[in-house]
Design a protein. Structure first.
Length: 69
């Protein structure tokens, strides 16, 4: 029971954390009056870490399944 709970709650909570971090980046851009270009740059630079985490998770899953979707 506990493993099943962890199996579905972990991705849900990590997804929520990623959405919250996107909100933080947006709020930072808004409060600093970064403009459109500055906002895009903030999302690219600060979002790269989140993108790396998501890609690592996807690649790990693909490798564990033998490279098939």
């Amino acid at each position: 029971m506990e493993r099943a709970f962890e199996a579905w709650i972990t991705p849900l909570m990590i997804g929520g954390l990623i959405l919250f971090m996107c909100f933080i980046i947006w709020d930072l851009a808004r409060k600093s009056k970064a403009g459109k270009f500055g906002t895009i740059m903030l999302f690219i630079v600060l979002g790269a870490g989140m993108l790396g985490f998501v890609l690592k998770t996807v690649i790990t899953e693909l490798l564990e399944r033998g490279g098939t979707l």
